[in-house]
Design a protein around this ligand. Structure first.
Ligand SMILES: C[S@@+](CC[C@H](N)C(=O)[O-])C[C@H]1O[C@@H](n2cnc3c(N)ncnc32)[C@H](O)[C@@H]1O
Length: 241
């Protein structure tokens, strides 16, 4: 498979979910509670969680009373998420490079779900689709890694054992991308995947957002919504209209 399509393959494997099974869902829930309260989103808000993965944010937002649609490219993740569907929560396979059929009051792009593509034009196309899919005055919420901090504290080699699988992880920053090479032996064979995320700092993201007509309203540095500091913040969280 071409490097270009690493995200289609890797995120659709069970190994991706095994490697990240220890991610902190209570942090994710705290973030959703904080951001919806901060933005004072009325319960009538229809939120698009894009991409939603297996639906962890969507399910929680729905439990807060919001109507939620979750979209993701991964067929396996959407199939899993569908077990949680109800009258006000639905999931669909969707490629964020394609325009939406619906209009949403808010669009959330969470947990570093952006910057996967070689060409800046594809990133900008996604933002354009989001802008066009938002109702007037709707909020876009963007939650990304803090590239400056990742660079300053880069762990170049790491081994993680999860569910008896030993994941060997190598990281580097090259040609404007943060690369994570993940290799492991499982189910009788050797596997090797690369996660590749664009080195998007606040300046570059601001220029992307402005290009499609968004104005940044808030810049936060963590899930408790403290101010962003390029040196110390764990996340780069933006809200835009
Ligand atoms: C880092 S995961 C985060 C998922 C979810 N937001 C969460 O926090 O659990 C990134 C997700 O992006 C999805 N994805 C990658 N490329 C996509 C695309 N072109 N369109 C829609 N989803 C995509 C993957 O399938 C994966 O579920």
């Amino acid at each position: 498979m071409k490097t270009k399509d690493w995200f289609t393959e890797w995120f659709n494997t069970s190994y991706y979910h095994i490697l990240y099974k220890d991610r902190n869902d209570s942090d994710a829930q705290l973030f959703m509670k904080n951001i919806t309260e901060f933005l004072a989103l009325p319960k009538s808000t229809h939120i698009l969680d894009l991409p939603c993965g297996k639906g962890r944010h969507s399910v929680f937002l729905n439990s807060l009373g919001y109507k939620v649609t979750g979209g993701d490219l991964s067929k396996n993740s959407i199939e899993f998420a569908k077990q949680f569907e109800n009258d006000t929560l639905n999931f669909e396979v969707h490629d964020m490079r394609k325009p939406f059929n619906n209009n949403y009051d808010s669009v959330f792009n969470l947990f570093t779900s952006f910057g996967y593509f070689e060409d800046d034009a594809e990133d900008i196309l996604i933002l354009k689709n989001i802008k066009n899919g938002l109702s007037k005055d709707g909020y876009f919420v963007f939650d990304f890694l803090n590239a400056n901090k990742v660079k300053a504290n880069l762990v170049t080699e790491e081994t993680k054992i999860v569910d008896d699988i030993t994941f060997n992880i190598k990281r580097e920053i090259t040609n404007g991308f943060i690369l994570k090479q993940i290799s492991f032996f499982a189910d009788g064979k050797k596997h090797s995947y690369t996660e590749r995320v664009k080195f998007l700092d606040l300046e570059k993201m601001t220029s992307y957002l402005n290009k499609v007509g968004f104005t940044i309203k808030n810049v936060f540095g963590d899930y408790s919504l403290n101010d962003f500091d390029p040196k110390t913040s764990n996340r780069l969280i933006l809200t835009a209209k």
